[in-house]
Design a protein around this ligand. Structure first.
Ligand SMILES: C=C(OP(=O)(O)O)C(=O)O
Ligand SMILES: [Mg+2]
Length: 429
């Protein structure tokens, strides 16, 4: 009996210490699922809208009592009596609560909490782990991790202009080896940063990356490349670099701000191309502002021919925007953030659309996240091939890495995606 009988909601805290929505969905047979939703800081203009109270006397305006009330009074009556095993029907009912496709009135944080808790309840009711519940008969695929080493932008008090420099263990042959390598790189980067005059203890950014102490943006790419060697690994062969430019955050209306200069589009692209020549960059994310479709189409052949070109704010986990990108030959990979979409079904549809078009998929946490580990199971069960969660430090991040270690060690036969997850783009689509 997987009929939804009760929906509970409350204010919980995320990893930034801000409120988020917690939800438990209880089924008629007593099985239940609980989810707390993540929250971004460098949010795109096209993602589903969180609902915040805006009352400056509670959590500086970040409270989510309105979203919690929306779960109790608006969403619960729509889903009670529905079959939790029919995720699409539940999500359609949730989406019907709001005329705004971005769910701004009810709140995407309210909607996603119910959607996820329903999925987790259905998995619990089926007696199977979440990854198996969503994968059907497919062999579980452990993702290639993309791990934050140096942070800037909105995640680190603008210590750098660019947002993330990440390590991608392209030479690893198992998830456990991949994680061991990037943990070593993180430790090595801390040591090198200390030697180069930075501080490593005080400044840990929202996703657990090192923040501060670097002379300029390029120094972050050099630090991570050197850290790979310092860890006894070969840059590019064992561990490559990924960079999230988060270009929306850099654009000042006239050009891209970098190290105190404003670069026009041509100079900005030339800079990225040089970085890709000088450092082992295997993936670039959000290289241009989210609505510069023409710029993206022009940049894709140059920047995306030999590496992954990933759209985050660009696609906003929105099937319509991804379809437009596919039609216009823009980027070659999509970041999938369930809370940008608003429901589990929408996020899943985006991964399926991407796969059908030959785009790689990277499922991703948010900079404000929680101790939940469902994202790891979705990565495995949806066979996304890649997962971006932040650093190997901070418990809201390690919750996901640890869940993947558990699945690889205990789930029976599994596959590890490895560098092949990137290779559709590396091999030129
Ligand atoms: C995870 C990211 O940051 P946020 O959650 O702040 O959008 C990102 O930009 O990829
Ligand atoms: Mg991003």
């Amino acid at each position: 009996m997987t009929t939804i009988s009760e929906v509970l909601a409350w204010e919980a805290l995320d990893s930034r210490g801000r409120p988020t929505v917690g939800c438990r969905v209880i089924l008629a047979d007593g099985a239940s699922g609980r989810a707390t939703v993540p929250s971004g800081a460098s949010t795109g203009g096209h993602e589903a809208r969180e609902r915040r109270d805006g009352d400056p006397d509670r959590y500086g305006g970040h409270g989510v009592r309105g979203a919690v009330d929306a779960v109790r009074t608006t969403l619960a009556p729509l889903v009670i009596g529905l079959d939790a095993a029919d995720q699409e029907a539940v999500d359609a009912a949730l989406e019907s609560a709001d005329d705004d496709p971005l769910l701004g009135a009810v709140g995407a944080n309210a909607v996603l909490a119910v959607s996820l808790a329903t999925l987790l309840a259905a998995a619990a009711g089926s007696g199977r782990p979440l990854w198996r519940h969503v994968s059907g008969d497919a062999v579980p695929l452990l993702p290639l991790p993309m791990v934050n080493i140096v942070s800037g932008g909105a995640h680190a008090g603008r210590a750098l202009d660019i947002q993330d420099v990440l390590a991608v263990p392209v030479g690893a042959t198992s998830f456990a080896q991949a994680l061991e390598w990037v943990s070593r790189v993180r430790a090595a980067a801390g040591e090198l940063l200390a030697q180069r005059g930075g501080t490593t203890t005080a400044l840990v950014a929202d996703e657990g990356g090192l923040a501060g102490g670097l002379a300029d943006n390029e120094a972050a790419l050099a630090l991570v490349t050197d850290a790979v060697e310092h860890a006894g690994l070969a840059p590019g062969e064992h561990v490559g670099l990924a960079v999230d430019l988060a270009a929306n955050q850099l654009h000042d209306g006239t050009g891209y701000r970098l190290d105190g200069e404003t670069l026009d589009a041509a100079a900005w692209r030339a800079r990225l191309e040089r970085w890709c020549r000088d450092y082992p960059v295997v993936s670039l994310e959000d290289v241009l502002v989210e609505d510069d479709w023409a710029g993206w189409a022009a940049a894709t052949p140059a920047l995306g021919a030999d590496r992954q070109l990933l759209g985050d704010d660009l696609f906003a986990t929105n099937a319509g925007r991804l379809r437009q990108g596919i039609d216009q030959g823009v980027a070659n990979a999509v970041l999938v953030k369930p809370n940008q979409a608003g429901t589990v079904s929408r996020a899943r549809a985006v991964t399926e659309l991407a796969r059908a078009a030959g785009y790689a998929t990277v499922i991703s946490a948010r900079s404000g996240d929680t101790e939940d580990d469902w994202l790891a199971d979705l990565a495995v069960g949806w066979r996304t091939g890649q997962l971006k969660v932040g650093s190997t430090m901070r418990s809201e991040r390690t919750a996901k890495w640890n869940r993947l270690l558990e699945i690889e060690a205990t789930a029976g036969p599994t596959e590890f995606a490895g560098a092949a997850a990137l290779s559709r783009s590396l091999a030129r689509r």
